[in-house]
Ligand binder design. Structure first.
Ligand SMILES: *[C@@H]1O[C@H](CO)[C@@H](O)[C@H](O)[C@H]1NC(C)=O
Ligand SMILES: *[C@@H]1O[C@H](CO)[C@@H](O)[C@H](O)[C@H]1NC(C)=O
Ligand SMILES: *[C@@H]1O[C@H](CO)[C@@H](O)[C@H](O)[C@H]1NC(C)=O
Length: 506
């Protein structure tokens, strides 16, 4: 799969927007590294099997975030080669045909993806750490150590527990027994996601009362500040930690320490409610009302985010929104449909969310304005004109879904122009294009997984994807064969087109 079909899932796109926005990846692409091992299919298994702990980055040469990561990853590899024992960093070009199988085996869905492989590759863990050199080093040093650290004193607690982060502690009367063993199993499982420790005495911990039986205590920088839990079954603990570590309302502002929660919010499969206001002006008047609503729907499949208009610009761009619409409440359901209430007032939040839940709010469909002038050979279609110009037009329409940044689309543009010109005297044939990055596409009608995607709809309503060669001749031939209506009026003169220059490389 090439870059131009990588805009598959909304979540992927959002996380790209976020990465760009949260400044996780500093600029500057670097050259080839020396400390980072290059692996491919021929030596991957052999190399990995020799290491108790090895870190592997799956990347693609065209991926911008990978280029940004490269010098940081190399720097980290260099520092960590002096660690005792050395920590080895490796990379695999997952775009390389021969390595695709590896990428599939490791379920790589986006680039870069970093995995930590333990015990000669027997245990695989997601890398969820930072992407700059110092952060990578700190994170991996922690990962190579024990999954749970022991807190023996106040000093241990002070140095381990970051007040601005979630911290999981097991408090035990003794470090043995089923509860303790389950806790350690869980710690191993969740070590890449949470900071975890165990102690014999809760008095060292910054919050909560001493306890006299095994207790799982989750410390958090929001809501109740800490929660205790006493069911030591692994599944139950895992569920508890997941729930207790999700804020009732995720706050998205310029405070970096909130950003892991923002990423988690966008990674959730819940419906997502997002309220954007100008924090310097209106934070207080909205926050309480919004939180009340969030509490009301807790555990009912909706996650709530409260964002500063300033911090949320990436999201505004992604959803095609305007800052003038703030205070703005937008809900995206699990199917990706959006519901929007612009210029909302605090007193309207509860009733609007209830209307949404009751199915009374109409989905918001994004469209560019219908252009006033549309006299180029290839006609411009937007979501709001899709019915009139394509679906109900009674014409034979070839429609291209494109993205402005897509190279294959740029190559196709002059060819579509020529196709359109060759049909210029045939009023029953329309060649059209729709910018799919700023117009929502009815997914029940069109399956657009990459750009460009071409569909042909005959005047009688027969809808066909166009998968042929992207040459003038082939496209014209296809339209002639599949169109409805009267005799063929197309000029039969054909001009030579260099087919090699328009071959699809995907
Ligand atoms: C693995 O093989 C590739 C070429 O096939 C080579 O470039 C690379 O250095 C090898 N890596 C190791 C660790 O041997
Ligand atoms: C938010 O409000 C402040 C204070 O009124 C104003 O200076 C700022 O421009 C506003 N920001 C946005 C993004 O509207
Ligand atoms: C369309 O008609 C005009 C005027 O008759 C003519 O000049 C032009 O060549 C025709 N175009 C094609 C593609 O046949």
């Amino acid at each position: 799969m090439g870059m131009e079909s990588s805009a598959r899932s909304g979540i992927l796109v959002v996380s790209f927007v976020l990465l760009a926005f949260l400044n996780i990846s500093p600029a500057a692409a670097g050259g080839e590294g020396e400390k980072v091992l290059t692996l491919d299919r021929s030596n991957f298994t052999e190399t990995v099997s020799k290491h108790d702990f090895i870190v592997v980055e799956f990347y693609a040469p065209w991926c911008g975030h990978c280029k940004a990561l490269a010098p940081e990853y190399e720097k980290a590899a260099s520092t960590l080669s002096n660690h005792e024992p050395p920590i080895v960093l490796a990379k695999v070009d997952a775009n390389e045909e021969a390595n695709r199988e590896l990428a599939t085996e490791f379920e790589i869905q986006g680039f870069p993806t970093i995995k930590i492989l333990r015990n000669g590759g027997k245990n695989i863990q997601e890398y969820n750490g930072p992407r700059e050199a110092d952060g990578i080093v700190d994170y991996l040093k922690k990962q190579v150590g024990p999954a749970s650290a022991e807190i023996k004193s106040q000093e241990d607690a002070n140095s381990l527990i970051d007040e601005k982060k979630i911290f999981v502690v097991g408090v035990f009367p003794k470090f043995s027994g089923e509860e303790f063993e389950n806790f350690m199993t869980l710690a191993e499982k969740l070590r890449s996601d949470y900071d975890i420790a165990h102690t014999l005495d809760a008095k060292f911990l910054p919050r909560g009362e001493p306890v006299d039986k095994p207790t799982l205590r989750l410390l958090k920088p929001f809501d109740e500040q800490f929660v205790d839990f006493q069911d030591f079954k692994v599944d139950a603990m895992e569920k508890f930690i997941e729930e207790a570590s999700t804020p009732v309302v995720t706050v998205w502002d310029n405070d970096q320490s909130n950003h892991p929660y923002v990423n988690k919010f966008f990674g959730s499969s819940n419906a997502k409610a997002m309220l954007f206001v100008n924090f310097s002006k209106e934070q207080d008047s909205f926050e309480t009302k919004y939180k009340d609503v969030a509490i009301l729907y807790k555990g009912k499949g909706i996650s709530f985010l409260f964002g500063d208009v300033d911090a949320g610009q990436g999201a505004f761009q992604y959803f095609g929104l305007q800052e003038e619409q703030a205070p703005l409440l937008i809900i995206q359901n699990a199917e990706g449909q959006k519901y929007l209430k612009a210029n909302i007032e605090p007193s309207q939040i509860a009733s609007w969310v209830k209307d949404y839940v009751d199915g009374l709010v109409k989905p918001f469909i994004r469209s560019e304005p219908i252009p006033e002038v549309n006299n180029e050979p290839v006609k411009v279609v937007v979501t709001d004109s899709l019915q009139d110009m394509v679906l109900n037009s009674g014409k034979n329409v070839l429609l291209e879904f494109y993205a402005p940044w897509c190279g294959h689309c740029k190559k196709l543009a002059p060819i579509l122009d020529e196709v359109a010109i060759s049909f210029e005297n045939d009023s029953d044939v329309v060649i059209a294009k729709l910018d799919a990055t700023v117009n929502d596409i009815p997914s029940e009608t069109f399956d657009v997984q990459g750009y460009p995607t071409l569909y042909f709809r005959s005047s009688s309503g027969n809808l066909l994807p166009y998968d042929g060669e992207r040459t003038k001749e082939d496209i014209i031939e296809f339209i002639r064969k599949n169109r409805d209506g009267h005799a063929d009026l197309v000029s039969t003169e054909s001009e030579s087109v260099n087919a090699d220059s328009v071959k699809d490389e995907l």
